[in-house]
Design a protein around this ligand. Sequence first.
Ligand code: TXA
Ligand code: MG
Length: 307
Amino acid sequence: MVTADVARAAECLAAGGLVAIPTETVYGLGADAGNEAAVARVYAAKGRPAGHPVIVHIAAAAELAHWAAHIHHVAATLADACWPGPLTLLLRRAPGVSDTVTGGRDTVGLRVPAHPLTLELMTRSGRAIAAPSANRFGRVSPTTAAHVLADLGDRLDPATDVILDGGPCPVGVESTIVDCTTEPPQLLRPGGISAEDVERLIDADLAAGDGPVRAAGMLATHYAPRARVELVEDAATAERRVADLLLTGPRALVLDGGDDLVAAARQLYSRLRAADDDGADVIVAVLPPARGLGHAIRDRLAKAASR
Ligand code: TXA
Ligand code: MG
């Protein structure tokens, strides 16, 4: 089921199968965005409730016009500057876009992912790919093909579905989501491109996100490992807390991404998974500074801790 063969993945997509796709952020569980039945299978495989919109991945910004009714100048600027890359733009949907993709909303989320295999897959098949992250609903997102196999292997059909192995995801946290239908545009999820960078590009301040109503990724149950997660502000506090916990019984460990925010983001999810695999009861996570990629890491850790 795991393959690096793009031609095979393209056949699978065309036949209405599921293809787990590598992106620069995390792996997605994809289907032909124009095939409603195939997109419905994505929901079923993830155990994701209906009514949650999925991102449509496109091969190039030129395809925006097919999916979006109106391309706001802010969206055009951001697409031009950031794609391919870890930025999802919310735009008014074009008339033909299905409710299965948009969760019945009048907006559609679009992005061009920066991964050569997935770009080739879309170009070769001539299809856009609707894909949420390729984890079971509420769990930590996968950053390797092995993670996808571990989470969803038993829910995929080896006869019709494939996991396209493009190696480990270099960014490691999901895309930044900007709603371009509001004035000013609104940050719905911090991610792989910092809000500071987005604001610089559009020469305006983003409005802060307003939570669960707008994006399901904001639900508290998302991004959660099995172990309980506690948050602390510095490494010394983390060491003390783990020592205390170990005295009273629970298996506790420190998760500290260190000063290199790029490396910390890249390794965040595999470290949370490794802690689960080690049988940890408690993960004491050191929060990174609230700047750049640090915002996305803090957001995911806060969600992991709020379970
Ligand atoms: O980096 C990423 O964004 C990854 C890779 C695979 O592209 N995808 C990802 O998908 O994280 P997902 O489904 O796990 O998170 C997408 C978030 C969800 O919270 C969803 O509710 C929100 O985007 N979203 C997508 N389309 C939307 C729309 N039309 N309106 C509001 N929220 C939307
Ligand atoms: Mg997700």
